[in-house]
Design a protein around this ligand. Structure first.
Ligand SMILES: NC(=O)c1ccc[n+]([C@@H]2O[C@H](COP(=O)([O-])OP(=O)(O)OC[C@H]3O[C@@H](n4cnc5c(N)ncnc54)[C@H](OP(=O)(O)O)[C@@H]3O)[C@@H](O)[C@H]2O)c1
Length: 240
């Protein structure tokens, strides 16, 4: 048993773990010794992340899940319980956006897709998995929000609304779960070089990289147990 790693013996669920920020977070937590439970809708990309983790000597389990479907979350909870019997870290990272028209031209289907993924999905995750943490009187929930949850986003109002909502959910749930020794942190990155949006006009070399967000998640989960950072804003050093 590799006792030298800080998350050895811990179990971490990461949503959207097939690519982008979620894949980087899953690889990072696994490199720190956690068993990484990889969730998302696309089996092939989750398998690729799992393969990378296994090749690096880490532990990974793929459990496909559409975060907008409650019974799929209940399946994840049952599998985590039967396989590991515990849950230490949950990173709600899966997200979608649309940044191409003002709100009055956005079709309701896109509003639903964005709000259901970025906000309802996190409610479902907490509904299904927080009881495992409560049972263990321990845990850390990290919600990946955005600076779009702090600022106006013209042509991205639904995305901004979902992330402002996610921040409010996170601060409230943090108070609800403190007494259960569960920490809740919200992470708000600026523009990250991923497939989420075209980031037109920005210099990709100056943008945040997925590993920058994974690094902050690693900092959060290794904070000494008597305190937690409830919110972190992440900006690139050079404006892209
Ligand atoms: N990129 C940025 O500039 C930026 C900045 C701030 C915050 N963020 C936030 O960071 C998070 C990750 O974004 P990213 O940039 O890494 O985007 P990305 O590369 O597009 O990845 C999004 C991930 O979410 C998953 N996903 C989407 N809908 C899902 C659903 N219904 N159920 C399960 N998984 C779903 C996708 O997997 P499947 O499609 O296979 O399900 C994919 O793995 C998001 O919450 C985003 O809002 C991004």
């Amino acid at each position: 048993m590799d006792t030298g790693k800080p998350l050895n013996g811990q179990v971490a669920v990461v949503t959207g773990a097939g690519r982008g920020i979620g894949a980087a977070i899953a690889r990072k937590l696994a490199s720190m010794g956690a068993a990484a439970v990889l969730c998302g809708r696309t089996q092939s990309t989750l398998d690729a992340t799992a393969q990378a983790i296994l090749q690096a000597g880490g532990k990974a389990e793929v459990i496909p899940c559409d975060v907008t479907v409650l019974h799929q979350w209940e399946y994840v909870a049952a599998r985590v319980n039967s396989t590991f019997g515990r849950l230490d870290i949950m990173v709600n990272n899966a997200g979608v956006g649309r940044f191409t028209e003002p709100l009055h031209n956005l079709v309701p289907e896109d509003w639903d897709r964005i709000l259901n993924t970025n906000l309802r999905g996190v409610y479902y995750a907490i509904r299904a998995l927080a009881p495992l943490m409560i049972r263990g009187f321990s845990g850390h929930i990290i919600n990946i929000s955005s600076l779009a949850g702090k600022n106006p986003v013209p042509n991205g109002a639904a995305y901004a609304a979902s992330k402002w909502g996610l921040n409010g959910l996170s601060y409230s749930v943090a108070e609800e779960l403190r007494g259960h020794n569960i920490r809740v942190s919200v992470v708000c990155p600026g523009s990250v070089e991923t497939e989420l949006s075209p980031h037109t006009g920005k210099d990709p070399k100056k943008m945040l990289q997925p590993d920058d967000i994974a690094h902050v998640v690693a900092m959060l989960v290794t904070q000494a147990p008597q305190s937690f950072a409830s919110e972190v804003l992440i900006r690139p050093t050079q404006k892209p």
